[in-house]
Write a protein that binds this ligand. Structure first.
Ligand code: FE
Length: 196
C-alpha cells in the first residue's frame, strides 16, 4: 500500500467518517449498525451463483435480470438495498464473442452482498491497474485463456454502481436443476476471472 492517506489506519478513518455522519444527523449509530449487519448477513457468492443458475434456467428471468437487475433480484429473494443507499447493479452476460471482467480502479467497490467479501487480489494495486491495460494477459494468469477473437470488456465499479458477470452456461448441463447448476458457479466466474 502507498499514498498519503494510508498514514491513518483505515479503521480510524472509517470511525471518524461515522462520527461526522452521525454528528451531522445524516444517519444514526443504530442505522449504521443495522445496515452493516444487513449487508454482511448472508453475503456470499452462493447468492451470485443462485442468480446465475436461475438466469440459465429461466429465460424470462435472464432477460429481466439483464434489463434491470435491481428490479429482478427480489424474484430470487435478494436485493441491493442492504446499504444506506441502494446501489445500481448491472449484470453483464458473457457470450461466445464477448467476455466481461470486473474491477474497481479507484478503490475496491464490489457487490459484497452477492459475492461475499472481495478476494485480496481484487483490492491489489497490480490487479486494478493491469486488468484495464492488459485484460487478456491478466486473465491468462488466472488460467483463463480466451480465444483471440473474443472481445474483453472491463467494467469499472464505483460507489453507486456495481456489476456482476453472468457466466456462460457450461455444456452438458441440459436438464440440470438450479441447485446443481448453482454448484458449478464460482466467485471468480462471477467476477470474470474464470469461465464459470
Ligand atoms: Fe471502489
Amino acid at each position: 500500500m502507498s499514498g498519503a492517506h494510508t498514514s491513518v489506519p483505515v479503521a480510524a478513518r472509517v470511525r471518524r467518517l461515522e462520527e461526522r455522519l452521525i454528528g451531522a444527523g445524516v444517519v444514526t449509530q443504530e442505522q449504521l449498525d443495522a445496515s452493516l449487519a444487513a449487508m454482511l448477513q448472508g453475503a456470499s457468492p452462493v447468492n451470485g451463483a443462485r442468480i446465475a443458475a436461475r438466469a440459465w434456467s429461466d429465460e424470462g428471468f435472464r432477460q429481466r435480470l439483464l434489463a434491470d437487475a435491481n428490479a429482478a433480484l427480489p424474484e430470487v429473494g435478494l436485493s441491493m438495498a442492504g446499504g444506506i443507499q441502494e446501489q445500481r447493479l448491472k449484470v453483464v452476460e458473457n457470450t461466445a464473442t464477448t467476455h466481461h471482467v470486473l474491477v474497481c480502479t479507484l478503490c475496491s467497490c464490489y457487490p459484497v452482498g452477492l459475492l461475499g467479501p472481495s478476494p485480496s487480489w481484487y483490492k491489489s494495486e497490480a490487479y486494478r491497474s493491469r486488468v484495464v491495460r492488459e485484460p487478456r494477459a491478466v486473465l491468462a494468469e488466472f488460467g483463463l485463456e480466451l480465444p483471440d477473437d473474443t472481445a474483453i470488456t472491463v467494467w469499472d465499479s464505483s460507489a453507486e454502481s456495481r456489476y456482476m458477470v453472468l457466466p456462460r452456461r457450461p455444456g452438458g448441463t441440459a436438464g440440470w436443476s438450479e441447485a446443481e447448476l448453482a454448484a458449478l458457479v464460482t466467485r471468480e466466474g462471477l467476477i470474470g476471472t474464470a469461465a464459470v
